[in-house]
Design a protein around this ligand. Structure first.
Ligand SMILES: [Zn+2]
Length: 174
């Protein structure tokens, strides 16, 4: 990982289609890489790097040791908004409390869409449409940064959609 001076002792496959070739990371970064495996699927190493660097730059100078990938570490302090979607788009961020049943691989996609767990497929779709419209390059004068943001939003949406099942509206109470 660029900028990381720790020894790369842990390997992780480069992609699902290329399981025999590996990136070598330090423990901290291999954890980060593994925890975002689904989310970054299909992104080039350069895009993943840029994303991880944006995360760390925005949040703190280095990864919080031992806290990544732990569901119990999910709290307001750790909510990351790498693209500043929440701040820039005035998306209302609901209260976020520790939820033991939140799949850890959904943490990043949820943060990207500014959603808290638990959520529903309907809520995800609604938020996705809202963000996709706002960050569409056509709505931003063909801005390349908007295009990149939309790409991240699409990835987050795909990750969430694949894990959430439609819930009948009659079961919404509770
Ligand atoms: Zn490292």
């Amino acid at each position: 990982m660029p900028g990381c001076e720790a020894l790369g002792e842990y390997r992780a496959p480069k992609s699902r289609r290329d399981l025999n070739h590996y990136w070598w990371f330090c423990l901290e970064h291999v954890r980060a890489y593994n925890s975002t495996w689904d989310f970054y699927k299909g992104m080039s190493p350069g895009e993943i790097e840029a994303q991880l660097r944006a995360d760390t730059a925005w949040q703190r100078p280095s990864w919080p040791l031992g806290r990544l990938g732990s569901a119990s570490a999910w709290d307001e302090e750790l909510v990351r908004d790498p693209l500043h979607l929440l701040a820039a788009g005035r998306v209302k961020r609901g209260p976020i409390r520790p939820k033991q049943d939140m799949p850890p691989e959904l943490r990043e996609p949820l943060a990207t869409l500014g959603l808290s767990w638990p959520t529903t497929l309907d809520a995800v779709k609604t938020r996705y449409k809202e963000l996709a419209k706002r960050h569409h390059p056509d709505a931003n004068g063909g801005d390349r940064a908007a295009e990149e943001r939309l790409k991240i939003i699409n990835l987050a949406y795909a990750a969430l959609r694949s894990r959430l099942v439609p819930v009948p509206s009659v079961a919404a109470a509770g």
